[in-house]
Design a protein. Sequence first.
Length: 186
Amino acid sequence: MLVFLDFEASSLGKHSYPIEVGWVFEDGRAQSFLIRPAPGWTDWDGQAEAIHGIARATLIAEGTAHDEVAERMIAALDGHDCRASAPSWDGKWLSVLLRAAGLPRHSLRLGDSDDAHRQAAEAILAPILPAAGLQAAVAEALALGEVRAPDEPPAHRALADAREERQRWLRVQAIAHSIARRAVHG
């Protein structure tokens, strides 16, 4: 099953670490955790905190232990198709989390949610449209599938951002079905 996942982090620096994770399955089931920093995770950027609004003190007081979060992630997500809107960054933080918990860093892998959106549109449109028009129709579905205005920033909270990716995936499919109906019925 497809799962959209997102992390928030201490910074965008070399020693950054995950502070929040959220995921939502294609069927809408969702979960999120604030992550209590592992020993040695000291990197902190006040500008990043201003964006996500999560204080380090909140993580220490209310966060779930990093190793427990990692174990819960593997239990919930193993065998599923995990996607992220920024897989290189989210993959880095996933790796940091898994290694800190003593787990193999490739226990879970992330693909790009943009690929999931494109694949959903292609699966709907390919049986209907000739190859010459397929990519233009897919591009139209992707462009119209945006759920946030171009100048509107993401929420920068893990579960909200993961839910937005799922919403885009659903919207791209609805638009692709509409394009397919238009192609069939003229």
